[in-house]
Design a protein around this ligand. Structure first.
Ligand code: ADP
Ligand code: MG
Ligand code: MG
Length: 251
């Protein structure tokens, strides 16, 4: 279970998250929707431990452990996964090499034995074929020259291999055509399980036709201003965020 409690975050002297709170139970998919610039990406970056943010107060509890007390790699090893809005390009490192390093770093942290190269390749190839990723992509440098859709699939592949207890998808739908959106969503849905939660951040309702959320939260002014079921996403698609913009000014 994920519990974010009274999280206050600023960038420089600008307050971005205002007493932000959310609870996502095991097995649930929570969606966060909201206008541009309201702090959705800030929330995911702060959770994953990216530098540059000042956490003034609050906690991010994953299964009762405050992730804010740990380094980014430790947070990942404890089961947090962030699918990037803009996936990282790593020139000079073959994708397979990167995946092996990521997986074995996590296993080492958990006191598990390293995976052999044949075992790793077996796992990677099985997961990749489900996501429609061609095996020759594994020899290419990670994300370098990949199309938008290929990068997103690679992100979901990493998530499938790392088997996190909590996954955050930040605008995973941006730049995807309808076929890629379906494949990526099926990849996420295949990872849904009673012991795994997800936070799906999106501007658009469309993604939520494919990854059907248990709850939908509206974020404005750096906090959740409304919570409902999946029908709330449809309502927002019609009404837009205008009625919440007062929250932006108040923040
Ligand atoms: P969202 O993902 O909801 O569109 P962000 O979390 O990306 O919003 O941004 C929240 C606010 O923080 C925006 O006003 C944005 O301009 C500001 N912001 C984000 N990153 C930085 C930064 N590195 N320096 C200064 N301001 C930033
Ligand atoms: Mg944005
Ligand atoms: Mg964003």
């Amino acid at each position: 279970m994920l519990e974010v409690k009274n999280l206050n975050v600023s960038i420089g002297d600008r307050k971005i998250l205002n007493d932000f709170c959310i609870t996502v139970k095991d097995g649930e998919v929570a969606a966060i929707m909201g206008p541009n610039g309201t702090g959705k990406s800030t929330l995911s970056y702060v959770m994953s431990g990216r530098p540059g943010y000042t956490v003034e107060s609050g906690e991010v509890l994953l299964n009762g452990v405050n992730l804010l007390d740990f380094e980014p790699n430790e947070r990942a090893a404890k089961g947090l996964f962030l699918a990037f809005q803009y996936p990282l390009e790593i020139p000079g490192v073959a994708t397979m090499t990167f995946l092996k390093a990521a997986l074995n770093a996590q296993r080492k942290y958990r006191g598990e034995t390293e995976l052999s190269t044949p075992e790793l390749m077996k796992r990677v190839n099985a997961a990749a074929s489900k996501l429609g990723i061609k095996s020759d992509m594994m020899k290419r440098a990670l994300n370098v020259g990949f199309s938008g859709g290929e990068k997103k699939r690679m992100d979901i592949l990493q998530m499938a291999l790392l088997e996190p207890s909590f996954g955050i998808l930040d605008e995973t739908d941006s730049g995807l055509d309808i076929d890629a959106l379906r494949i990526v969503s099926e990849g996420v849905n295949a990872l849904r399980s009673p012991t795994r939660g997800f936070l799906v951040i999106t501007h658009y309702q469309r993604l939520l036709d494919y990854i059907v959320p248990d709850t939908v939260h509206v974020m404005a002014g750096g906090r959740i201003v409304r919570t409902g079921g999946k029908e709330l996403a449809l309502e927002l698609e019609k009404s837009g965020y205008a009625e919440y913009l007062g929250e932006e000014k108040a923040a």
